[in-house]
Design a protein around this ligand. Structure first.
Ligand code: GLV
Ligand code: MN
Ligand code: MN
Length: 412
């Protein structure tokens, strides 16, 4: 019976397109920011599918949804999962694929009436993207005990609405406790969101770890004044200082090498925003990432001291707020080894690689041995409505996930 269990590729693909309708954009892609109406609809879809498969559904105080398919013994489950929030103009696969593949693994078990020694669970974690609320991976961070529930619930979006209010607004402020849910092992399947597997025509990535993330919001305060009459040496130009800090972030990443990344992704204020007025307020973010904590720290140090010195030189105020800070994570060899072994047993080529993107698995790694499987996505494009992955690769990844999970759930 167990060796009859197989992923149904058509059902998996159908579910990806069904879920993609919630927050679906006209030209393709999805806009489903965390805790919006589209997120509620997507959550309902997933929770309903869980119930249809006789999974017990648990919703905790930060809105994480955990569906559990009982095992033969009352043991902590082997969990799969990811997130179903997206960036404001994202694709159908980032996060969604991991959740829906988890459901597909359960559906495949159910097709054969198959129960394993341990329960098998699917986790849907709140606000992974971190676009609406910072930090990213908020639900899994609280789940893993890395941030108090109170602090997470009090976090506000750009409009000042809190996570608690947004959760209540969509009816997902669940009754269950957020920490202490026992998890035996955690496996997350995800598109790579980078170019390596696609370039190398390699079907599987065995993820060895995730790079560290540092998000900072800068607020620069200068003085508004006349653009035509104020001599260049008498200005307190917050716009100029901001532009130099932004450029410096990019240049220092190039200069440091060692896999340093730097991105200025959001300018939320550029005031007063008039053609003939010197800017007096600029608010923007810098995202720094590295696989090596010491290089990431060096990048932060260099950027922050550059910003302070330049702002002081121009008589501009410079405030910094940390929006997210996570150290690099190395996944358990027990899990990466098992993924490699199962890929080999399936005759699949694989490549061991680190993850450039943040993932819920990096938080779950705090509470249990965890790991990730990547599949290729076209040209490595993600966080973009053009994000695309081939059904064949998606189905292959799900089949590998099934094997890994069955092996873990049935181990002695
Ligand atoms: C999450 O998707 C991140 O890596 O920013
Ligand atoms: Mn993701
Ligand atoms: Mn993402």
């Amino acid at each position: 019976m167990k060796n009859q269990v197989k992923i149904n590729g058509d059902r998996l693909m159908r579910s990806i397109f069904e879920l993609g309708r919630f927050g679906g954009l006209e030209g393709g892609g999805v806009s489903r920011l965390a805790l919006t109406e589209a997120d509620r609809q997507a959550r309902d879809y997933v929770a309903n599918r869980m119930r249809e498969m006789d999974m017990s559904v648990w919703v905790d105080g930060i809105g994480n949804i955990i569906g559990t398919y009982a095992g033969n013994e009352d043991l902590p489950p082997v969990m799969m999962g990811s997130h179903i929030d997206t960036v404001a103009a994202g694709g159908l696969y980032d996060g969604n694929y991991g959740v829906l593949s988890g459901l597909e693994v359960v559906a495949a078990l159910k097709d054969q009436d198959c129960r394993l020694r341990r329960p098998v669970a699917v986790g849907v974690f709140t606000n992974e993207e971190g676009v609406r609320f910072q930090p990213d991976m908020l639900g899994s961070l609280v789940f893993a005990g890395g941030c108090s529930l109170e602090e997470a619930l009090a976090t506000t979006d750009q409009e000042g609405l809190s996570v608690a209010e947004a959760l209540r607004g969509i009816g997902y402020h669940g009754p269950e406790p957020v920490t202490g849910f026992p998890v035996d092992r955690y496996i997350e399947l995800h598109i790579e969101q980078g170019p390596i597997l696609d370039l190398e025509k390699c079907p599987i990535g065995v993820v060895e770890g995730v790079q560290g993330i540092s998000w900072t919001e800068f607020t620069l305060t200068g003085q508004a004044n006349h653009a035509g009459t104020t001599p260049m040496n008498m200005r307190h130009d917050a716009g100029y200082v901001a532009a130099k800090i932004m450029a410096r972030a990019y240049e220092l990443a190039l200069g440091l090498g060692s896999g340093q990344h730097a991105t200025v992704g959001r300018i939320s204020e550029f005031g007063p925003g008039m053609v003939n007025v010197i800017p007096d307020k600029v608010v923007f973010t810098v995202d720094l990432r590295n696989y090596r904590e010491e290089v990431l720290q060096e990048a932060e140090k260099e950027l922050f001291s550059f910003a302070e010195a330049l702002a002081a030189e121009h008589g501009v105020g410079c405030e910094r707020k940390s929006l997210a800070r996570f150290q690099p994570v190395v996944f358990a060899e027990e899990i990466t080894g098992l993924i490699r072994a199962e890929a080999e047993a399936m005759g699949l080529g694989y490549r061991v690689l680190p993850s450039g993107a943040g993932h819920d698995a990096q938080m779950l790694a705090r509470v249990c041995p965890s790991g990730m499987i990547f599949v290729p996505n076209k040209d490595g494009i993600s966080h973009n409505i053009k994000e695309h992955a081939e059904p064949e690769d998606l189905i292959t990844g799900a089949e590998l996930l099934r094997r890994v999970v069955m092996s873990l759930a049935d181990r002695p």
